[in-house]
Design a protein around this ligand. Structure first.
Ligand SMILES: Cc1cc2nc3c(=O)[nH]c(=O)nc-3n(C[C@H](O)[C@H](O)[C@H](O)COP(=O)(O)OP(=O)(O)OC[C@H]3O[C@@H](n4cnc5c(N)ncnc54)[C@H](O)[C@@H]3O)c2cc1C
Length: 436
C-alpha cells in the first residue's frame, strides 16, 4: 500500500485529486489534510481563505488562459504541456456551464490597444472566462461530490493542520498550502533548508482598490470584461490594474493579523460601481529580505487608522490634494462606496510617497484613454497587497530535492491564479501516477 499525503484542499489540490482519481489506482491512499472547514460549513461561515476550495473558492472565478498571466508555470513544465493541459483546466472549473467570456478578437479591441499604447500604457489581452462567486460555489459542490465518491482512495481530514514532522511517514507528499498561511510558509522554508534548496524573489505588489461608477468603464468591460493595463511610473515602478470587477463589490478580507481590501463580482447580483486594484511592484535588495513584513506592516497601520480591522476609503480628489476624506465629503460625492463599513480617511498617511505618486501618475495616464477615471469622487480603498511566495530553484518541476516531496500551486512561487495552480496539481498527479 502506497501512502500519499496532500497538504491543503485548495485549487491546486483539487487539480491533483480530480486528475489522480480519473484512473483507478489500486493500493493507494491519499490523506488530504485541510486546516479549514469542509465546503458546506465553510460557505455557511463565509471563511474566505481556508477550507475546501482554498483561496479560489470565494473568489470571483476569473480564468485567464494566457500563460503570461497568473504565474510562471511554463518555466517549470514548458509551453507544450501548458497547451496540452489548458482545456482540462477550463473543463474542470466550468463543467460545461455557461459563463462570461471576453471578446478579444473584436476590431474595437485593436483600437483600444493602440489608444493605451499611444499613452505609454500596455493593454494585456488574454482569452478569459468569468465564472462568478455564486456559480463557482455550485461547481465546487459538484467537485466535492465527485471526490466523496472516491472515498476508497481519498480521505479528507478537515480542521487538521498537517504536521510537517510526519513527512517521512509517506511515500509521496504533495504540499499545496497556498500563499496565505504564514505557519506553513515557515515550515516550507525549513524544508528548503533541509533539502539544501536555494530560492529567489523578494518582492510584493502593493497599492489600493479603485472604485468608479460602472458607466465610466462599461464600454471597456462589455468588450473585455477584465482590462489588464500595465505602465511605468515616473520613478520606474511597474504599476498595473488587477482583478477588475464590473458592477462588483469591494470587500474587506480579515486575516488573523490584518485586513486587506479586495473585490468580487457575481453573475447574478450587480452593483452600480466597477472596482479594480492598482498595484505597484516593489522589489527589495540586501539587506532587507522580508517583503511580507513590509506589506503586513503597512496593512496593520491602515487598519489601525481605520479602526480595528477596518478598511480605509478616500476620494481621489482628496488623495491627490493630500487631505483627509471625511464622512461629510464622502456623502457629498456622486459615488457611494460598495464597502459600506469602510472608514473615510487619508491613505497618504500610510502609503510611501513613491507608491502614492505612482498610483496618481497611473490614474492620470489612464484617464487619457478612459475619460472620467480620474474624477475626484472616485474612491480608493487601502491597503491591497499581493504577496509572492519564495521561488525555490527546483531541479525537477515542483520537486524538493531527491525526496518524493512536491510543492505545487502558489506555495511553489510559480503560480498565482486558479488556472496555473490547478495545472500544477494536474501535472504532479500525472508525474506520481507514472511512477506507481
Ligand atoms: C479573494 C481572492 C480572490 C481571487 N480571485 C482570483 C480569480 O478571480 N482568478 C484567479 O485566477 N485567481 C484568483 N485568486 C488567486 C487564487 O485563488 C489562488 O492563486 C489559488 O487559489 C492558489 O491555489 P493553491 O492551491 O496554491 O492555494 P489555496 O487555494 O490558497 O489553498 C491552500 C489551502 O491549503 C490549506 N493549508 C495551508 N497550510 C495547511 C496545512 N499545513 N495543513 C492543512 N491545510 C493547510 C489552506 O487552508 C487552504 O485551504 C484569488 C485569491 C483571493 C484570496
Amino acid at each position: 500500500m502506497k501512502k500519499i499525503a496532500l497538504v491543503g484542499s485548495g485549487t491546486s489540490a483539487i487539480g491533483f485529486l480530480m486528475r489522480f482519481s480519473q484512473n483507478s489506482h489500486k493500493n493507494i491512499t491519499i490523506d488530504c489534510f485541510e486546516q479549514g472547514k469542509d465546503l458546506q460549513e465553510r460557505i455557511q461561515s463565509n471563511d474566505v481563505i481556508k477550507g475546501f476550495g482554498g483561496a479560489g473558492t470565494f473568489s470571483d472565478g476569473k480564468l485567464s488562459l494566457s500563460p503570461e498571466i497568473g504565474g510562471d508555470i511554463c518555466d517549470m513544465i514548458g509551453m507544450k504541456k501548458y497547451e496540452e493541459y489548458i482545456d482540462d483546466v477550463v473543463h474542470l472549473w466550468t463543467r460545461g456551464k455557461k459563463v462570461e467570456k471576453a471578446n478579444i478578437t473584436d476590431e474595437r479591441v485593436k483600437q483600444l490597444e493602440l489608444g493605451f499604447r499611444q499613452n505609454n500604457l500596455l493593454l494585456r489581452l488574454s482569452d478569459f472566462y468569468h465564472i462568478g462567486t455564486d456559480l463557482l460555489q455550485e461547481i465546487l459542490k459538484e467537485i466535492k461530490l465527485d471526490l466523496n465518491g472516491k472515498s476508497d482512495m481519498i480521505r479528507f481530514h478537515f480542521n487538521q493542520f498537517f504536521d510537517f514532522d510526519t513527512i517521512d511517514e509517506y511515500d509521496y507528499v504533495v504540499i499545496a498550502s497556498g500563499r496565505y498561511d504564514n505557519k506553513s510558509s515557515k515550515e516550507i522554508q525549513k524544508l528548503l533548508h533541509r533539502f539544501d534548496i536555494d530560492y529567489k524573489e523578494n518582492k510584493i505588489d502593493i497599492g489600493i482598490r479603485y472604485e468608479v461608477p460602472s458607466e465610466i468603464t462599461d464600454w471597456l468591460t462589455d468588450l473585455l470584461y477584465e482590462f489588464k493595463v500595465l505602465g511605468y511610473s515616473e520613478t520606474e515602478e511597474i504599476v498595473r490594474t488587477f482583478c477588475v470587477n464590473p458592477k462588483g463589490y469591494v470587500v474587506g478580507e480579515g486575516g488573523k493579523d490584518f485586513s486587506l481590501v479586495n473585490g468580487h463580482s457575481y453573475l447574478n447580483r450587480k452593483s452600480k460601481n466597477t472596482n479594480f486594484a492598482i498595484l505597484v511592484t516593489q522589489r527589495f535588495t540586501e539587506p532587507f529580505k522580508d517583503a511580507y513584513v513590509y506589506g503586513s506592516t503597512l496593512s496593520v497601520l491602515a487598519n489601525k487608522l481605520a479602526g480595528t480591522g477596518k478598511i480605509l476609503v478616500q476620494r481621489y480628489g482628496d488623495f491627490i490634494s493630500g487631505r483627509r476624506t471625511t464622512e461629510r465629503r464622502l456623502q457629498k460625492g456622486f459615488l457611494s462606496p460598495t464597502l459600506e463599513t469602510a472608514s473615510p480617511g487619508d491613505l497618504n498617511l500610510i502609503l510611501p510617497r513613491r507608491i502614492a505618486n505612482s498610483i496618481e501618475h497611473f490614474i492620470e495616464q489612464m484617464s487619457k484613454v478612459i475619460t472620467g477615471i480620474n474624477n475626484p469622487d472616485n474612491l480608493l480603498y487601502g491597503i491591497e497587497a499581493k504577496f509572492y511566495s519564495t521561488k525555490p530553484v527546483f531541479n525537477e518541476p515542483f520537486k524538493l530535492g531527491k525526496e518524493n516531496v512536491y510543492l505545487i500551486g502558489d506555495a511553489s512561487g510559480y503560480t498565482r491564479g486558479i488556472v496555473q495552480a490547478t495545472m500544477s496539481g494536474i501535472y504532479i498527479a500525472d508525474v506520481i501516477a507514472s511512477k506507481l
